[in-house]
Ligand binder design. Structure first.
Ligand code: NAD
Ligand code: TYD
Length: 347
């Protein structure tokens, strides 16, 4: 089986590529990535020489290139993760999100429709999406697979649009598909623009911890390796033309999470208790900030037998240890352009 994984040099994609390359030596894995600021081949150093791993540098916005790769390599299945993924960047530059997340997904769908043999017997278009397409929740309730889409940010609107196109290609052209909508991922290799790695990096550097608004926003956190395991299950056993929600059964208000992070970091760095918390600084809120996300992951649990393997405390500790042990990875990313991004976003 030849599997095209897009965005495999990014955070979640690299964990999915690693799992598939190691677990399925009989599959050929093609990692297609244009290597934006978020793409980093260092994430895949340990598997880059495996016989069943191949890297294709290409832009999903380039329809001709995508068509020629489908024609040349004859992929059987696609796992599509390539995207612009950060809400704050979508507020600054929404069009970039329409281009990659909507048009890029369309280019892949069109190539699949054009080059896959009629009947699509061996084929699957697996689209990775987010719980943010469902909008925001009040104090109670959970997102289920039947919750209406109600996106609020340019990022979530672009992901919602791509989800609709995937479903539409399933209905209109009978293209086999699966969509999974997951909650906030955390773990090794995440670019330090998202809350957890940004704050780990700032604590190491003794920089302020910029908490948006009152800090009482709630997210459901999913360890990235548990997500990769869920993707493996849905890819192999998921029902054609269906959607699965993936979450960590793990809701945290931002401020409580940040305080826990500070406590663990104080212990790891040999600082006195409460030292890192002093870095917390409340700043102007994110426009259109969704109050609460919470996933009901009971469908994938019941139908495919998936459940998280680590508690949040275990996952957070593994994550912190990884960042402390991979200082070079972090330094390479946070030098250069990252400094301009940080200055524009926070100062
Ligand atoms: P990421 O930003 O870490 O990585 C994205 C990858 O896509 C990078 O390697 C980048 O180089 C590549 N890419 C971007 N534009 C491209 C293009 N035009 N052509 C080819 N490659 C391109 O993202 P992530 O956090 O790993 O997210 C992966 C997927 O999961 C995305 O579709 C995202 O919407 C979804 N998702 C992420 C989260 C999360 O918490 N990180 C939660 C829910 C859903
Ligand atoms: P983030 O990691 O950007 O994920 P998302 O917006 O996709 O949920 O943010 C997680 C939460 O943390 C969200 O409520 C916004 C908040 N946040 C801050 O308070 N400060 C920050 O600097 C960042 C990046 C996020």
């Amino acid at each position: 089986m030849k599997i095209l994984i897009t965005g495999g040099a990014g955070f979640i994609g690299s964990h999915v590529v690693r799992l598939f390359v190691n677990k399925y030596p009989e599959y050929q894995i093609y990692n297609l990535d244009v290597l934006t600021y978020a793409g980093n081949l260092e994430n895949l150093k340990d598997i880059e020489n495996e016989d069943n791993y191949h890297f294709l540098k290409a832009d999903i916005n380039d329809a001709n290139k995508i068509n020629s790769l489908f024609s040349e390599y004859k992929f059987d299945k696609v796992i599509h993760l390539a995207a612009e993924s950060h809400v704050d960047r979508s507020i600054t530059d929404p069009l970039a999100f329409v281009k990659t997340n909507v048009i890029g997904t369309m280019n892949l769908l069109n190539a699949a429709k054009k080059y896959w043999p009629k009947g699509f017997d061996k084929n699957l278009f697996y689209h990775i999406s987010t719980d943010e397409v469902y909008g925001t929740l009040g104090e109670t309730g959970l997102f289920t697979e039947t919750t209406s889409y109600d996106p609020n940010s340019p990022y979530s609107a672009s992901k919602a649009s791509s989800d609709h196109f995937v479903r539409a290609y399933g209905e209109t052209y009978d293209l086999p598909y699966i969509i999974t909508n997951c909650s906030n991922n955390y773990g090794p290799n995440q670019f330090p623009e998202k809350l957890i790695p940004l704050f780990i990096n700032n604590i190491i550097e003794n920089k302020k911890l910029p908490v948006y608004g009152d800090g009482k926003y709630t997210r459901d956190w999913l360890y990235v390796i548990d997500h990769a395991i869920a993707i493996d299950l849905a890819f192999h056993q998921g029902e054609n033309k269906s959607t699965y929600n993936i979450g960590g059964f793990n809701e945290w208000q931002n401020i409580d999470l940040v305080k826990l992070l500070c406590k663990i970091m104080d212990e790891k760095l040999g600082r006195y208790r409460g030292e890192s918390e002093k870095l917390i600084t409340y700043i102007k809120d994110r426009p259109g900030h969704d109050k609460r996300y919470a996933i009901d992951a009971s469908k994938i649990k019941k139908e495919l037998g998936w459940k998280p393997t680590v508690t949040f405390e275990e996952g957070l500790e593994k994550t912190i240890d990884w960042y402390l042990e991979n200082e070079l990875w972090l330094n390479n990313i946070t030098s250069g352009d990252y400094q301009y991004y940080y200055k524009d976003q926070y100062q």
